[in-house]
Design a protein around this ligand. Structure first.
Ligand SMILES: [Zn+2]
Length: 103
């Protein structure tokens, strides 16, 4: 057990059992932070993350930032295709890389 989680559990005091149980049911640190606020417990994202990891008893959970990156990556769809020469240009291009046609 690392020093961070130990200090955090000490700070939670009587609520620790409840918090750990809940942490085991939460999928994200944000979810746990929101839930803790209802019990007048202030958690940072880092603290909630540690608690989550501790409660789940594994280190292979993806952190929020990682999940955001993965789901964000699939939301982009296809790169822009030129209406004139029908070739693909890189993401975010405003004109065709091949013939200069506005996209
Ligand atoms: Zn083109």
């Amino acid at each position: 057990m690392n020093a961070g989680i130990e200090a955090l559990l000490a700070r939670l005091g009587a609520k620790r059992e409840e918090m750990l149980e809940r942490a085991g049911q939460c999928q994200t640190a944000t979810e746990l932070v929101v839930w803790a606020e209802r019990f007048n417990v202030k958690l940072t994202q880092e603290e909630a993350g540690e608690l989550l990891q501790f409660a789940h008893g594994s280190e292979d959970e993806l952190p929020d930032s990682e999940l955001g990156r993965v789901s964000g990556g699939t939301a982009f769809g296809k790169p822009p295709m030129c209406p004139k020469c029908r070739k693909l240009s890189p993401y975010g291009s405003s004109t065709c890389q091949h013939c200069g046609e506005p996209l």
